[in-house]
Design a protein around this ligand. Structure first.
Ligand SMILES: [Zn+2]
Length: 609
């Protein structure tokens, strides 16, 4: 029986899998992209179709398709396996023990529940018909949309879902964990959480159902229960982290390089029905940093189509704070006559693209909102409004933008702009975790050891002379030393590779067969070196390599010897303080260390000549 992960890898192309999330540009025989896992302006993530691996030279992440999906979707291995298996058309049921994670079991249960609710909606009984009528006649949804999004109806009974899922082999405990049923306070009995409601399933980005929003059927609304109820927070579902509709919208969002966020799921469904597929909904929760983080995987351009009441203003506040730091370009869409998107699209669908394109920058919007208070007669009001706007400015990442808004503000307040600059400087810049994902500049620079090893992959016969003078221990990164050691052995056993670039698959299979247990970190590191060759050394010549190798070897030796020197001087200092040894013995040891230090100093001096 083949290993499922190998089977899946054989059927999927890494370029297609990663290309679903980020825009890949061809670069020689490889592809390049801006890394979705750290912030960067120039692409440093490479994808190799030959090797079926990826690596980011900015943040160091990399691996195979599973590593990418796990990182991208925040999944564990079993869940990533499930996701990619369905993409590859590989049946996991045949593989014992692979598909038994609790999470996967709950996903199956929620999928079965959605199917149950959907079938109920299409049944021929009065309440189901009313529910169907509400969706189609009152809200104008088409049968296709109802089908595609698996909208449903939960019968107005206590145990219809529970009984039906039990027949499929699910336990009450699983249904509780999935948020589908409740337990009576005595704990004796279980009953369906959703009764007499129209069901809107929530999907994760790969299309698994993870929870539900449920609207009470208007004719059953006695004002006692909420109009909308949602799944409780479960191990699968968290309203503040999921965006409604993203599973179907993400392709269009990437394509359009723009995401429109609406408040209600009905707004979202209507938009999709009319072909505006880059629309998602937060559905009854305030916009969170997690929401924006999720969307930022696909685009940096966000349009907020929120009703700008008090809650909307707060959302704007937050969006500026998060967006400014994360370099998101957030705009605010104001629909004419205070219409909501659902209503607007149904009556003026053809105008939608136009109004979206006219959305104003969020700073613009916010400024207009604050302007009356900035111009107020009351000094207190003016002061707080100014402080609030200054805080917004302080959160902008772009210096140009900051400068622009400070000047605008100064104009409005009839103040010297320098005064505002001083105030701004006093404001501490709050940190957002979105922004702190960005690596330090030094991280994005390639280490001398990595570059040297890449040169050796490209021109392995340089190892002949280098291995005499550069020892594996000289590398401060143990992975580099380990790879270097193995490379020497490999080279010596395979002289026929003389002069030719090391072949990746051959080297890897040799390594697996000969080098014993290999850590994932080491494998990922080796992958990154091979990609570095493709990235930077594809056109390099042997002549260039000679100068580079000797320069890099010097850098590595110097660092190693300097470190040795530091250790020795530390040891000497310790010995001088120590009272444990006799004076004679101490002097002997110190003298030996001094001899070693002198040796190292000579070597270091020789490097400079
Ligand atoms: Zn990265």
């Amino acid at each position: 029986m083949p290993n499922p992960s190998d089977d899946i890898k054989a059927r999927l192309n890494i370029v297609d899998v990663i290309g679903e999330y980020i825009k890949l540009q061809p670069a020689g025989s490889n592809f390049k992209a801006k890394c979705p896992f750290h912030q960067e302006k120039t692409p440093s993530l490479m994808v190799s179709p030959d090797k079926q691996i990826w690596h980011c030279f900015g943040c160091g992440r990399g691996g195979d398709i599973f590593a990418f999906i796990m990182e991208m979707e925040g999944l564990g291995f079993p869940e990533a396996l499930r996701l990619l298996a369905s993409k590859a058309g590989v049946e996991l049921k045949n593989y014992q023990g692979q598909d038994n994670s609790r999470r996967n079991r709950l996903l199956d249960l929620l999928g079965a529940a959605a199917t149950f609710y959907h079938e109920q909606l299409l049944k021929d009984n009065p309440l189901a018909k009313s529910a169907h009528h509400y969706l189609t006649a009152e809200r104008g949804l088409s049968p296709d949309i109802i089908d595609e999004w698996q909208l449903g109806w939960s019968p107005n009974e206590w145990q219809s879902l529970e009984q039906s899922m039990k027949r499929l082999g699910y336990t009450d405990n699983e249904m509780l964990l999935a948020g589908l049923i409740n337990q009576t306070s005595e704990g004796q009995r279980f009953y369906d959480r959703f009764r007499g409601r129209i069901m809107f399933p929530w999907h994760d980005v790969s299309g698994n159902i993870i929870g539900f929003s449920a609207r009470i059927l208007p004719q059953l609304d006695d004002g006692q229960a909420g109009k909308y109820i949602n799944s409780p927070q479960t191990m699968l579902y968290d309203k503040s982290r999921h965006v409604f509709g993203l599973w179907l919208a993400r392709g269009a969002i990437k394509e359009a390089q723009e995401a429109v966020i609406v408040e209600g799921q009905m707004d979202c469904l209507t938009a999709h029905q009319y072909g505006f597929k880059n629309v998602v909904a937060t559905s009854g929760t305030a916009l969170t940093e997690e929401h924006l983080k999720l969307l930022k995987r696909y685009t940096s351009n966000i349009v907020l189509a929120f009703d700008m009441d008090q809650a909307g203003v707060l959302a704007a506040d937050r969006a500026i704070a998060i967006g400014g730091q994360a370099n998101l370009n957030i705009r605010v869409l104001h629909l004419p006559n205070g219409k909501d998107p659902d209503e607007f699209i149904r009556h003026h669908a053809t105008d939608w693209p136009e109004v979206v394109s006219q959305a104003r920058s969020i700073m613009d919007y916010y400024y207009e909102l604050l302007k009356p208070r900035l111009l107020s007669e009351k000094i207190e009001e003016r002061k707080t409004a100014t402080a609030r706007f200054l805080k917004m400015i302080s959160q902008l990442a772009s210096v140009v933008e900051r400068d622009y808004w400070l000047k605008e503000l100064a104009k409005t307040l009839h103040l010297e702009v320098q005064l505002l600059y001083d105030d701004l400087a006093k404001l501490e810049k709050p940190q957002s975790s979105l922004a702190s994902d960005a690596p330090l500049n030094s991280l994005s620079q390639i280490k001398p050891a990595d570059l040297l090893l890449a040169w050796l992959i490209k021109f392995p016969n340089l190892l002949e002379s280098l291995s005499e003078e550069l020892e594996p221990d000289f590398f401060s990164d143990p992975r580099a030393g380990q790879f270097y050691k193995n490379l020497i052995v490999y080279y010596n056993k395979n002289r026929q590779i003389d002069g030719q670039t090391i072949d990746y698959p051959e080297f890897i299979s040799w390594l697996k067969a000969n080098a014993g247990e290999l850590s994932n970190q080491l494998m990922a590191y080796i992958d990154s070196l091979f990609l570095l060759v493709d990235k930077d050394l594809a056109e390099a010549t042997l002549e260039e390599s000679l100068g580079e190798i000797s320069r890099l070897a010097k850098v590595i030796k110097r660092a190693f010897w300097q470190q040795r020197l530091a250790i020795i001087s530390h040891k000497i200092a310790e010995l001088e303080k120590s009272r444990e040894l006799s004076e004679q013995k101490r002097d002997l040891e110190i003298n030996m260390l001094l001899g070693e230090a002198e040796d190292l100093s000579q070597k270091l001096r020789a490097l400079d000549n």
